[in-house]
Design a protein around this ligand. Structure first.
Ligand code: NAX
Length: 328
């Protein structure tokens, strides 16, 4: 359609923002026929830097970019938005405990949840990239009682894409031949990348790779620790790949997933697969007509069951911590 979509991006002056904004402006999110209006949120000290990014965005002369607004007030920036990409978050500083991190981000994501509740468009869709992403999404949705909880999701697509990349390398095949990869649980080191439903074409991966040592000692730790490996190599955390995954997540939710395949999204649990109802946990999901659905009826072996339960119990601990802090 030619009606512009209003897209909010938070943390827009950050590393991920620097890649993400240009991908959105060039049409990678909603396709080559849909204009976008960007609404960029930052904290006040980062607004001058953000003005520089806006200058570059304008200099891109993107035909699909109708307008760019910036600000540090979520109520104003989120007014009327159809999509919100919540990327900005408080990083863990020196000496900061996990509780301090949850507290700092709880304040950010409860305020942003309220602002979305007050002013976002009826069809709002939210993806939280800023860490701790799953629990930040839970806090935002809990502070937005008038918006269906299902509209709040968190990013595990980067983990999903990393898992596909590792599997493609192992099989010496292009990523496009692989399908039905799943990330379960939290976007953290406890995540479980599950290859037991995955396929190359129509061939089961378990028939192609029967190597529990590789699975446990190489594949899973490589995927789970990929962020740290990138920091070690690049000197800063993954940014372009995180931006690309954020685009993939929202684009597939809105425009649909391919037939015979699915994606990984952290979504509010409906109790599927024994995952406690209400927590934001990663599942295999398909999407059609702008609605996602958790893939039903997959069989889980004991290995998968134990890994999923471990990641889910970490999410339950995070929920308990932010409940005690008063954010839910
Ligand atoms: P940067 O530190 O480069 O940028 C973050 C930006 O957010 C900063 O410009 C900061 O001023 C802004 N910000 C902080 N508080 C804000 C608030 N209350 N409102 C608006 N803006 C605010 O980090 P970057 O590398 O861009 O990463 C952003 C977030 O993504 C981090 O939380 C990071 O941990 C998380 N990541 C999540 C990933 C995922 O797969 N879910 C992977 C990549 C990334 O590590």
């Amino acid at each position: 359609s030619s009606t512009p979509i209003k897209v909010a991006v938070t943390g827009a002056a950050g590393q991920i923002g620097y890649s993400l904004l240009f991908r959105i402006a060039s049409g990678d999110l909603f396709g080559p026929h849909t204009p976008v209006e960007l609404r960029l949120l930052e904290i006040a000290p980062a607004l001058p830097a953000l003005e520089g990014v806006v200058m570059e965005l304008l200099d891109g002369a993107f035909p699909l970019l109708d307008s760019v607004q910036i600000g540090d007030n979520p109520e104003k920036v989120f007014d009327g938005v159809n999509a919100a990409l919540l990327v900005g978050a408080r990083p863990r500083g020196p000496g900061m405990e996990r509780r301090d991190l949850l507290e700092a981000n709880g304040a950010i994501f409860s305020a942003q949840g309220k602002a979305l509740n007050n002013g976002a468009a009826e069809d709002l869709r939210v993806v939280v990239t800023g860490n701790p992403a799953n629990t930040n999404a839970l806090i935002a949705l809990s502070n937005a009682p008038d918006i269906p909880a299902s509209r709040f999701t968190a990013l595990t697509r980067l983990d999903h894409n990393r898992a596909l990349a590792q599997l493609a390398a192992k099989l010496h095949c292009p990523v496009r031949e692989l399908n039905r990869m799943t990330i379960w649980g939290n976007h953290s080191a406890s995540q479980y990348p599950d290859i037991f439903s995955a396929r190359r074409g129509e061939q089961s991966i378990s028939d192609l790779i029967d190597d529990q040592h590789w699975l446990e000692q190489e594949f899973i730790p490589t995927v789970a620790n990929r962020g740290a490996a990138i920091i070690a190599a690049r000197g800063s955390s993954s940014a372009a790949s995180a931006a690309s995954a954020t685009i993939d997540h929202l684009r597939d939710w809105v425009l649909g997933t391919p037939n015979q395949d699915w994606v990984s999204m952290a979504v509010p649990s409906d109790g599927s697969y024994g995952v406690a109802e209400g927590i934001v946990s990663s599942f295999p999901c398909t999407a059609q007509d702008g609605e996602y659905r958790i893939v039903p009826d997959l069989e889980l072996n004991d290995f998968s069951r134990a890994r999923i339960d471990a990641s889910v119990s970490e999410l339950l601990e995070e929920r308990e911590a932010v409940t005690q802090l008063g954010f839910l």
